[in-house]
Every structure is written in structure tokens, then in C-alpha cells.
Design a protein around this ligand. Structure first.
Ligand code: NAD
Length: 499
């Protein structure tokens, strides 16, 4: 069995804590590696190295830092197949989906090539007599990020690319379930020209996270994962005086109006509900058809599409629609919630229970499920299932449908399918959710826009990537300077005002 490492100071370093996490191949159920779980001492060593490296990195001009990003893009393209294979082997998603995971991260790196433009400050000439005023955007110092299992390439790159382009050092604590790709990314960043210590990977669990939260030198923490952990990291990180942004869970509703193109809506729901086995924070997990007739037509279109889905290991090639879920515990949790749906009275229209795949009996595969007649009080509606389970909640009116999405505690993404521009516009304006699709089921913003939900899907006020990333990873310093020709004789005792 392979023993994975940390990546500290430009070297693969074995864990010294004596604690490890098993890393599975979700398709076979076998343990294929173990990842070291860092303690506070190991994290502390990485922070020391990062602090030293960061001082020199901050002094490198922004254009040269951008060139490292440019080179990194080339290396990601060169190694795309290798990265995708390693990603699928630990996560379980299909190879095309794994390539998408790398590609969406790569696009953030491309955006960061524009760092010199983003880091330009402001300047006011002659703000007062002989007075000029200007601002600089300076890096924070040592920054850290804690990432989830479901996008082991994209989400680390959301964070470390802008952090490093801004002149920070970054310590990544990836998910212990699929840590290989993050380690590969750290090697590639060095090959691209980032000095040793600028991107380090410290593997671990709560112990390493708590060490990050409590370390005095770490200035900022980015987190993406489930809502309870997001809330915990936000409150403890803020209490320790750090800049923190945390992105949490989701329950994304897709409203289907009676005038929608029903084939298009059904295709969209199948991709958005079951792609990546539903393990996406932007997956659609609730379909809300408006009116019983719409609901009946939608279900009629959905059922054959869902029954045709091909579930299998990533090694089966492009033919597979989705793979296994990440762990046996995730599978058991999905099965428990499905059973609760049945017990609480929802109608299981497509029953994915007892799904089996010959030759992969120990893999963590879950068949696709479709529920109808789901109501607001059911656990399958209230909880993020994070599996291939789509719930249908029938609404009688548009107002009832939008109200459902508005009242849910999560506010990550949502979509409406309609041919009516007025309805779409009203929906986009009124909905209290961060990312909205109009005839687009998974409205994930591109790298130069920002990504982020509302309500319990986020803690903190700046989004991921886009211009917000350059705000999150820098501090503004404003300088007011006056040269002798502008100085009046004598002291000034009242607050200076510009005349
Ligand atoms: P998770 O919360 O279990 O783990 C995320 C990270 O937190 C991991 O690095 C993990 O090691 C660490 N962690 C876990 N338990 C901890 C604890 N008790 N104390 C401190 N740290 C802890 O999430 P996951 O299962 O890896 O990922 C799935 C979740 O992430 C879903 O809820 C999904 O919606 C969410 N997600 C959100 C977004 C978004 O942008 N909003 C994106 C992707 C995933």
C-alpha cells in the first residue's frame, strides 16, 4: 500500500504524528494508500518555511509572479491525463468529469495571470496643497486553505492561485479522502517557478485544521466543505483575528414552469442531479415543477432518462455517466436518507436501492433515485444528501415555488426553466440565492466572475475567484504624502480637511 506524504519546503515529507487516514479506491472499495494526519508541530514547520519564503516572494514583481502562473497553466495542460487519472482513482468520478475539475481550476490560474493589472493601486495627484494620496495592495503573508473531497483540483486552485499571484505563501490542507492531486499540484507549481515553501501541502484532519486556526502567523483561512464545519472554522478563525471565508453545503432547487421546454428541462435535471453521483455543491437536488400537469409531464420525461443512466468505474471509459460515491460511509448515509424518504411518505418513482455492479461488489456505487411528492417537512428535503437522489416537490403556483427556494436554509445555487422573460427576470431579481441559472441548471460562474452562495451556504463576505479573490488575498495600505513646498508654517491642531 502506498504511503502518501506532506509536501513541505519543496520536499515530500513523511508524516511523524503516527496517525493516518485510509484512502480508498471507491470503485473497488480497496484501501489503496494512506495519508498522514499532521499534528501541530508538523503544521508549525510548514508555517516557518512559508513565512521565510513569503518575504522574498512578495518582493518579486507581479509580472514575474504572473509568469509562474502562465507556466503552471502549461504544466496542467501537459499533465491533464495523469492528473485526471489520479483524481478519478481516489474520488471515483469519471475521467471527463475529472478533466473538468482540473480545467475549471486551470481557468482560475489563467485569470491570475492578470495579477499585475489587478494589483495596481489608486493614485490621486494633488489631493491637497502639495499632497498626493495613493494606495497599495499588499499580500497578507502566510495564508491557508482547507478543501473538500469533491473537487480536489479545482477548489485548491480557486484558493492558492490568487493567493500566490498576490505575493502570499499558501498552506493547503486538502481532504484526507483524495490527497494525491493536491500533492501533484504543489510539485507542478514548483516546476512552474514558484520558490520552495510558497505552496505546501499539509495533510490532516481536525487536528491539523485546529492548528491552522490557532497559529498566530497564519493571516487568512479559506474553507470549502460542509456547513457545520464551515460555521466552526469561521467562528474560531475570526475569534483568532484571522480573515476567513467559508463556503458550505447546498440544496439547489430547479423550478420548472409550465411553459418550459420539457425535454430540455429533463435533460438538464438528469445531468445536474446525477452527474458526479450528485456529489457537487451545485448539483440540483430538488426539482420544483409548477402545477400537477407540469409535474406529470416532467416525471414522464425523467424516468426513462434516469433508467438509462450508466453507473460504473472510471476505468470503463467515456461511456459511464457517473461513478461511485466517495466512501462506504457516504453510501450508507445516502441509503439511510433514501429510506427516511420512503418511511416519511415520499413516492420513490425510480428506486436505485440494491444497485449492484458485477465485478465491483465492494465498490461504493449508488443507483439513481427519483422521489415524487416530497414535502418540506421530510428529511430528504431539509438535508443535503450529496448523492444521486433527486426529490420532486410539486408547487401549485410560481409564488409557491420561489417561496420554497427562498425559505430553504441553504442558498448556493438555483435555476428556473421557462420561456417567459418576465418570469425569469422576476426570479433573478427576487431570489435570495447567490448563483442563479435561467435555463441553465448548474450556473457555476467562470473564473473572472465570482463564485459564492448566500444564507447558510457561506460565512464571510467575499466570494471565490474573480476580483473578490484579489481583495481577499491583499490588504490595502493608503499613503498620504506632502512635500515641503505644500507645508504651511506652524502645527495643525484640528483634523485636516482639504480646502
Ligand atoms: P467536510 O466538511 O467533511 O470536509 C471539508 C474539509 O474540512 C476537509 O478538508 C476535512 O478534512 C475538514 N474537516 C472535516 N471535519 C472537520 C472537523 N470536525 N473539524 C475541522 N475540519 C474538519 O466536507 P466534504 O465531505 O469533504 O465535502 C462535501 C461538502 O462540501 C458538501 O457539503 C458540499 O456542499 C460542500 N461543498 C461546498 C462548496 C461551495 O462552494 N459552497 C463546494 C464544494 C463542496
Amino acid at each position: 500500500m502506498q504511503e502518501l506524504t506532506h509536501y513541505i519546503g519543496g520536499k515530500h515529507v513523511k508524516g511523524t504524528s503516527g496517525r493516518f487516514a485510509d484512502v480508498y479506491n471507491p470503485a473497488t472499495g480497496e484501501i489503496q494508500a494512506r495519508a498522514p494526519l499532521a499534528n501541530a508541530d508538523e503544521l508549525g514547520q510548514a508555517v516557518k518555511i512559508a513565512a521565510k519564503a513569503q518575504t522574498a516572494w512578495a518582493a518579486v514583481n507581479p509580472q514575474r509572479r504572473a509568469r509562474v502562473m502562465m507556466a503552471f497553466v502549461g504544466l496542467l495542460q501537459r499533465d491533464m491525463d495523469k492528473l485526471a487519472e489520479a483524481l478519478s482513482r481516489e474520488h471515483g468520478k469519471t475521467i471527463p468529469d475529472a478533466k473538468g475539475d482540473v480545467q475549471r481550476g486551470l481557468e482560475v490560474v489563467e485569470y491570475c495571470v492578470g495579477a499585475p493589472e489587478m494589483l495596481k493601486g489608486d493614485y490621486t495627484d494633488s489631493a491637497g496643497p502639495g499632497i498626493d494620496m495613493y494606495s497599495m495592495k499588499q499580500p497578507l503573508g502566510v495564508t491557508a486553505g482547507i478543501t473538500p473531497f469533491n473537487f480536489p483540483a479545482m477548489i485548491p486552485m480557486w484558493m492558492f492561485a490568487p493567493a500566490i499571484a498576490c505575493g502570499n505563501a499558501f498552506i493547503l490542507k486538502p481532504s484526507e479522502r483524495d490527497p494525491s492531486v493536491p500533492l501533484m499540484l504543489a510539485e507542478l507549481m514548483e516546476e512552474a517557478g514558484a520558490p520552495k515553501g510558497i505552496l505546501q501541502v499539509v495533510n490532516g484532519d481536525k487536528e491539523a485544521v485546529d492548528a491552522i486556526l490557532d497559529h498566530d502567523v497564519i493571516q487568512s483561512i479559506g474553507f470549502v466543505g460542509s456547513t457545520p464545519i464551515a460555521e466552526y472554522i469561521y467562528s474560531r478563525g475570526c475569534a483568532n483575528g484571522k480573515r476567513v471565508q467559508c463556503f458550505g453545503g447546498a440544496k439547489n432547487h430547479m423550478i420548472v414552469m409550465p411553459d418550459a421546454d420539457m425535454d430540455q428541462a429533463a435533460d438538464a435535471l438528469v445531468g445536474a442531479g446525477y452527474g458526479a453521483a450528485g456529489e457537487r455543491c451545485m448539483a440540483i437536488s430538488v426539482a420544483v415543477p409548477v402545477g400537477d400537469e407540469t409535474a406529470d409531464r416532467l416525471i414522464e420525461k425523467l424516468v426513462p432518462r434516469i433508467e438509462k443512466l450508466k453507473v460504473g468505474p472510471y476505468t470503463s471509459g467515456d461511456d459511464v455517466d457517473y461513478g461511485p460515491v466517495v466512501t462506504a460511509a457516504a453510501k450508507a448515509n445516502i441509503e439511510r436518507l433514501v429510506q427516511s424518504g420512503v418511511d416519511q411518505g415520499a413516492k420513490l418513482v425510480v428506486d436505485g436501492r440494491n444497485f449492484g455492479l458485477q465485478g465491483y461488489e465492494d465498490g461504493f456505487f449508488v443507483g439513481p433515485h427519483l422521489f415524487d411528492n416530497v414535502t418540506k417537512d421530510m428529511d430528504i428535503y431539509k438535508t443535503e444528501i450529496f448523492g444521486p437522489v433527486l426529490s420532486t416537490v410539486r408547487a401549485q403556483t410560481y409564488e409557491e415555488a420561489i417561496g420554497l427556494a427562498m425559505d430553504h436554509e441553504y442558498g448556493n445555487g438555483t435555476a428556473i426553466f421557462t420561456r417567459d422573460g418576465d418570469t425569469a427576470r422576476d426570479f433573478a431579481n427576487r431570489i435570495n440565492i447567490g448563483m442563479v441559472g435561467i435555463n441553465v441548471p448548474i450556473p457555476v460562474p467562470l473564473a473572472y466572475h465570482t463564485f459564492g452562495g448566500w444564507k447558510k451556504s457561506v460565512f464571510g463576505d467575499l466570494n471565490q475567484h474573480g476580483p473578490d479573490a484579489f481583495k481577499f488575498y491583499t490588504r490595502t495600505k493608503t499613503i498620504t504624502s506632502r512635500w515641503p513646498s505644500g507645508i504651511k508654517e506652524g502645527g495643525e491642531f484640528s483634523i485636516p480637511v482639504m480646502e
